[in-house]
Design a protein around this ligand. Structure first.
Ligand SMILES: *Cc1c(COP(=O)(O)O)cnc(C)c1O
Length: 366
């Protein structure tokens, strides 16, 4: 063994990071497996996006357009935005990480909520920052609790709306109240990865708030409703001064040729997106109802997943349910790392998987 004192050592804060654990995707021995662990779309991408991806195979020799001009134009057109206020990323994870690197000096604080997305503390610590956790109320972010965490060293607030893994959301008036109460030098990052799914009239993804202030940004993704998690495409809508900062530190070719082409094609196929959203609403509500009828507590969700809480009774816990479902070819997500040791998160799947899940859980609980 080498003396560790002689080995290259990273910054101390890096070793405090708990590695992000992706959802599982394989079960040894099972022949038919439904992966419902990573909130991927059962409809997959738009056929137009697949075609654009294939065509991009002819263009692999050259570097991609580092400005992502075509993709930004497609996004801007769809959402009625100025393309100069958009920057694209290799997944929205990249943008969330770059924001921490850009705005946190070592030792400065960034706030996230109690059951917030686990990428935030990773991004904060990787930048040498200090994560500060705001308690939630009823498994929902609380504006007052976030504001109570703001101190002289606070620089960033990460807020997933809707949140993963709870599926709960905050209405526009609450976000507006948060923005108005935050000091102007604190950047509010609204992670709207699931915005496309939300049909509540009091929800606003962040476009209005970004447009009317200088300390709010919104991140979005092609990984969820657009069904393209494998290609890694995210984007951010932000004031020009934030866009300028991210453009200085991102990789000059951070979005690849295939992603640029397929992303623009997907954005232009809104009919496909509407089908994905309609499928989700229908089966999410059905699944919630069915699981509740089995006596399980389910957190009301506006996104493409449900958080299912299990009884404490030995034999009926989340861990045992997880093992049982795996034997039936259903992979759900353990969420102990999110503060839910006795719950599982399930992504809304194809009809067959949703029905299989209800049948399997009925058996499991009986
Ligand atoms: C899935 C997810 C993302 C998306 O990440 P990508 O890097 O764009 O795939 C972002 N935020 C939350 C809360 C998510 O659940």
């Amino acid at each position: 063994m080498t003396d560790t004192a002689d080995m290259p050592r990273p910054r101390a804060s890096i070793l405090d990071i708990a590695p992000y654990m992706p959802g599982e995707s394989e079960i040894a021995g099972a022949n038919r497996v439904f992966k419902l662990a990573s909130n991927e779309s059962p409809l997959g991408p738009s056929p137009a996006a697949i075609e654009a991806f294939r065509a991009a195979a002819q263009e692999l020799t050259q570097y991609p357009d580092g400005t992502a001009h075509g993709l930004r134009a497609a996004i801007a057109e769809r959402h009625g935005l100025n393309p100069d206020n958009i920057v694209c990323g290799n997944g929205s994870d990249e943008l969330l990480t770059l924001l921490a690197q850009a705005f946190l000096e070592p030792g400065e604080e960034a706030i996230h909520t109690e059951h917030g997305f686990l990428i935030y503390p990773v991004a904060i610590r990787a930048a040498g920052g200090v994560p500060v956790v705001a308690r939630e109320e009823n498994l929902t972010a609380s504006m007052d609790n976030i504001l109570a965490c703001v101190g002289p060293r606070t620089k960033l607030v990460y807020l997933a709306n809707p949140n993963n893994p709870t599926g709960t959301y905050l209405p526009f008036n609450e976000l507006k109240r948060l923005q108005q109460a935050l000091p102007a030098h604190v950047l509010l990052v609204i992670d709207a990865a699931y915005a496309e799914y939300v049909e509540q009239p009091d929800y606003e993804a962040g476009i209005e708030l970004v447009g009317s202030s200088s300390n709010v940004v919104m991140t979005r993704t092609f990984s969820k409703a657009y069904g393209m998690a494998g290609l890694r495409i995210g984007w951010m809508y932000a004031p020009r001064h934030v866009i300028d900062v991210i453009n200085r530190i991102r990789g000059p070719f951070n979005v690849n040729v295939a992603a640029l082409a397929a992303g623009a094609a997907a954005m232009r196929d809104q009919a496909h997106l509407r089908r994905a959203v309609a499928h989700n609403s229908r089966w999410r509500d059905w699944l919630h109802e069915q699981l509740a009828a089995l006596g399980l507590e389910v957190t009301p969700s506006v996104a493409n997943f449900l958080l299912i809480h299990f009884p404490d009774t030995p034999g009926k816990t989340a861990q045992e349910a997880d093992a049982y479902l795996k034997r039936h070819g259903l992979i759900l997500r353990r969420v102990a790392g999110y503060g839910f040791p006795n719950a599982l998160r399930v992504s809304i799947g194809p009809e067959e998987a949703n029905r299989l899940l209800v049948d399997a859980l009925r058996e499991f609980l009986s």
